[in-house]
Design a protein around this ligand. Structure first.
Ligand SMILES: CC(C)(COP(=O)(O)OP(=O)(O)OC[C@H]1O[C@@H](n2cnc3c(N)ncnc32)[C@H](O)[C@@H]1OP(=O)(O)O)[C@@H](O)C(=O)NCCC(=O)NCCS
Length: 434
């Protein structure tokens, strides 16, 4: 598996990476691992002219246990927050993107479709659907002013984008109002001109104007300083297509027909009472989820409104299933995944890779392994090519057994203006960002 540019080259890691369909155990002494370690150590000593000025954990402070956990800088009085937008280079202007407008949604969709995250080998690029963007950017209490675009003044073309949405995130026993920052994108022709720091400062300013002082975000690049570093795992559902498009390779001593047999799944879920989540399930799912998430160090603090928005099935965007006990009618288990296709760049036969991403899963009665196997079965029924999952929460307990293979990119999680003394392990994290 190659990982040429990571972690320096690819921003938020597109997990659509080469995957051996029969993954070999990672060898710590492999050349790849040694190269990665050298790259990582170079990254740590690298200057971050922008990030060094921000209230984030700094590399120089790693291991300094005298620093307190919690906010890094106290909030400033609201009247001291800069009232006017940051300056852009003169050919460009700010725009607030109205995601209720079909036309604006299409403009954002096209900017991301052509310029957003690619894998290290530029074979795949995320292709978030318009319906997905509309869902991801309009949760309860969202702010239109946090959907920020940059246009070329002359042509009015949208050339850059960044967003925030409000969220309550619990860190240990403190629930903090935060912004979740996502969809940072600068048009390919405008890269390396230091536009990204201006966009980050502008979204931060608009977040401050709402009296919110913390944020959560992820990236495939190493910045000061990850609270944890996760890995994507991939479960082939359509191995032939994945191999044909170069997403995965035929394992050693494997034939195509043996590979197809290896990944074959039953036609329908096995668990009695396994069904799609409905509106009437929101209270029970909220209880189940809140209880489950409370065991992790960092997680969202979901209420019923959040669960209705984020987890009630939305066609082509998010799928949720639960187990209703046939005896007691109690909701005992829950699983969900969201739909994020990638464009396949330069393949004659295929243009879209249909990927499902594991979202939140809770098991209390059905073993998690069996629950996730049922999730794989419904994803296969819905014609997904691959099922992706991070090694967060309890996911490690099913990945290997359900034939997920490790991907070759890492996803780093960050908090803005909130210090965590020691990095967390992925299994201490209860947060999935889209
Ligand atoms: C990410 C992206 C917007 C950065 O823009 P750019 O033109 O490459 O970089 P700029 O010259 O504008 O800015 C560089 C600064 O932004 C920071 N930066 C780069 N990617 C970043 C990211 N994903 N999150 C936060 N900061 C990032 C850099 O670390 C650097 O700051 P530093 O000097 O303190 O280290 C651009 O590469 C892009 O659109 N890539 C494809 C989409 C993507 O990966 N988005 C990010 C998803 S997390």
């Amino acid at each position: 598996m190659s990982d040429k540019n990571s972690p320096l080259g690819s921003p938020k890691q597109n997990p659509d990476q080469n995957l051996e369909t029969n993954p070999l155990p990672k060898d710590d002494s492999s050349l790849e691992t040694i190269v990665r370690k050298i790259q990582d150590s170079m990254t740590l000593s690298k200057k971050h002219k922008f990030w060094e000025t921000q209230p984030v954990g700094q590399f120089k402070d790693i291991g300094d246990t005298s620093l307190p956990e919690g906010l890094i800088e106290p909030p400033t009085p609201l009247f001291e927050v800069k009232q006017e937008p940051y300056n852009l280079p003169s050919p460009y202007e700010w725009t607030t993107c109205d995601m209720d407008s079909e036309d604006t949604c299409t403009e954002v969709y096209n900017l991301l479709k052509n310029n957003y995250v690619e894998d290290d080998e530029n074979m795949f690029r995320f292709n978030y659907s318009k319906e997905f963007l509309s869902w991801a950017l309009r949760p309860p209490g969202y702010y239109k002013s946090w959907h920020i675009g940059v246009r070329a003044k002359a042509s009015k073309k949208l050339v850059a984008f960044i967003t925030g949405i409000p969220a309550r995130i619990r860190v240990r026993d403190e629930v903090v109002r935060m912004a979740e920052i996502n969809f940072l994108c600068v048009h390919k022709k405008l890269r390396s001109k230091r536009l990204a720091p201006v966009m980050i400062k502008e979204v931060t300013r608009r977040v401050h104007l709402e009296n919110i002082w913390q944020a959560a975000y992820t990236a495939g690049v190493v910045l000061p300083t990850p609270i944890t570093t996760c890995q994507y795992w991939h479960r082939s559902l359509n191995p032939k297509k994945l191999i044909d498009v170069g997403f995965s390779r035929l394992g050693p001593r494997m034939t195509m027909s043996r590979t197809i047999k290896l990944y074959k799944l039953p036609d329908s879920p096995a668990t009695p009472g396994f069904r799609k989540m409905e509106l009437r399930d929101v209270p029970a799912v909220t209880r189940l989820l809140r209880n489950y998430l409370s065991q992790f160090v960092v997680s969202p603090d979901f209420d019923e409104n959040d669960v209705e928005h984020w987890l009630l099935p939305t066609e082509g965007v998010v799928d949720s299933y639960l187990v209703e006990s046939p005896e007691t009618n109690d909701v005992t288990d829950f699983c969900s995944f969201y739909t994020l296709p990638s464009s396949i760049l330069g393949n004659q036969n295929y243009s879209i890779l249909k990927a499902a991403y594991s979202y939140y899963n809770v098991s209390t009665k059905t073993p998690l392994l069996q629950l996730m196997n049922d999730a794989l079965i419904v994803a296969k029924q819905k014609d997904f090519d691959v099922f992706n999952a991070l090694d967060v929460m309890r996911n490690e307990s099913f990945l290997k057994e359900l034939k997920f293979g490790p991907g070759d990119g890492q996803l780093h999680y960050y908090l803005y203006n909130y210090r965590i003394r020691n990095a967390l392990s992925p299994s201490e994290l209860g947060l999935v960002l889209l």
